[in-house]
Write a protein that binds this ligand. Structure first.
Ligand code: UDH
Ligand code: MN
Length: 313
């Protein structure tokens, strides 16, 4: 009798112990085990909506309002698709100074646009410090050097602050072999290329392609011709510019006047005559700048760059 009662108690204790072990094991595995790997996103995102003309509200939402809408965007303006492994790792680089209204329109538009494309991305605003002459080439070169220190990007999009894509089939990703010109059809130019060699507005290059052309020239101060120089660099380094279909590579440009400090510089035409002679020694490998700050804002990473002074000529 005594023996069987002891046996029952022993059994109960063993069962309790076994239960506890199972529970502990389950807890451990939920806490410690890596989540199952995400499957790859589809080649064509199911979230695309296609052509959608851009209508701008009379004033853009504030950064705080855009922030409240961008629930899936992490500090620094970073996003990764939550349900699948993206095919693209894209850094958006925007040269910038004193265009806050345009930046607000752009961020409000670009975050949802890129999310519909299921891209792993981060938006970088590269601001020129001070009120000296604007130099977009140095800003891009410096910005891209810094951006490539930040993450392992497979594609860099060089993006004017005032261009809004009208069709999300225009994927913000790179061609493996050649630099890509994405702003093929802009409303300002009646949705046509203004000239065949036009290479401005929005451009996509892999880090490798950008290094191969030695980046932008650092010599173009003020407005004009640095994009034409970039076009020539692509050809001189043995590549060509490719473009997506004009049917969907469409943009609205926010209307604006020329900015103070970015007046047209007629001297830039002379520099353009020398691209073939200069491109190997003028660019990423001769770049000089100071990074004054790097801040993770809610909707973008903000880099402030001292590009130096325009040389007296
Ligand atoms: N940018 C700034 N701030 C400046 C100058 C340039 O943010 O002060 C950036 C911005 O990203 C802009 C890009 O550099 O989109 C290119 O400069 P831009 O927009 O001035 O060049 P675009 O060719 O302008 O579009 C031509 C001047 C139009 C004058 C029209 C007069 N009716
Ligand atoms: Mn513009």
């Amino acid at each position: 009798m005594v023996c069987s009662r002891r046996l029952r108690r022993l059994r109960r204790m063993l069962a309790l112990l076994a239960g506890l072990t199972v529970a502990t094991f389950a807890l451990h595995s939920t806490l410690l085990a890596a989540p199952p790997p995400l499957s790859g996103c589809r080649v064509e995102s199911p979230l695309l909506v296609g052509p959608r003309p851009v209508h701008l509200p009379t004033s853009p939402p504030t950064l705080a309002e855009i922030g409240r809408r961008s629930t899936l965007v992490s500090p620094g303006g970073f996003y990764r698709p939550p349900h699948c492994q993206s095919r693209h790792r894209t850094a958006i680089v925007i040269p910038y100074r004193a265009r806050l209204t345009h930046l607000r329109y752009l961020l409000d538009h670009l975050h949802p646009f890129l999310q519909r494309q299921q891209i792993y991305y981060k938006i970088y605003v590269v601001e020129q410090w001070g009120d000296g002459t604007f130099n977009k080439g140095i800003l891009f070169n410096a910005g891209i050097v810094e951006v490539l220190r930040d993450d392992d990007w497979s594609c860099i999009i060089l993006h004017d602050v005032d261009l809004l894509a009208e069709d999300d089939r225009n994927t913000y990703a790179c061609d493996n072999y050649n630099p890509m010109h994405l702003a093929v059809a802009i409303d300002k130019f009646d949705y046509r290329l203004p000239y065949r060699e036009y290479f401005g507005g929005v451009v996509a290059m892999t880090p490798e392609q950008y290094r191969k052309i030695n980046g932008f020239s650092n010599q173009y101060w003020g407005w004009g011709r640095e994009d034409d120089d970039l076009w020539k660099r692509v050809g001189l380094s043995g590549m060509k510019v490719v473009r997506p279909s004009v049917r969907f590579a469409r943009y609205k440009m926010i209307k604006h006047e020329r900015d103070p400090g970015n007046e047209e510089n007629p001297h830039n035409f002379d520099i353009l005559k020398r691209t073939k002679l200069d491109w190997r020694s003028d660019g990423l490998n001769s770049l000089s700048y100071k990074l004054l700050s790097k801040e993770q804002k809610a909707l973008f990473t903000h880099l402030t760059i001292d590009v130096g002074e325009k040389p007296r000529t």
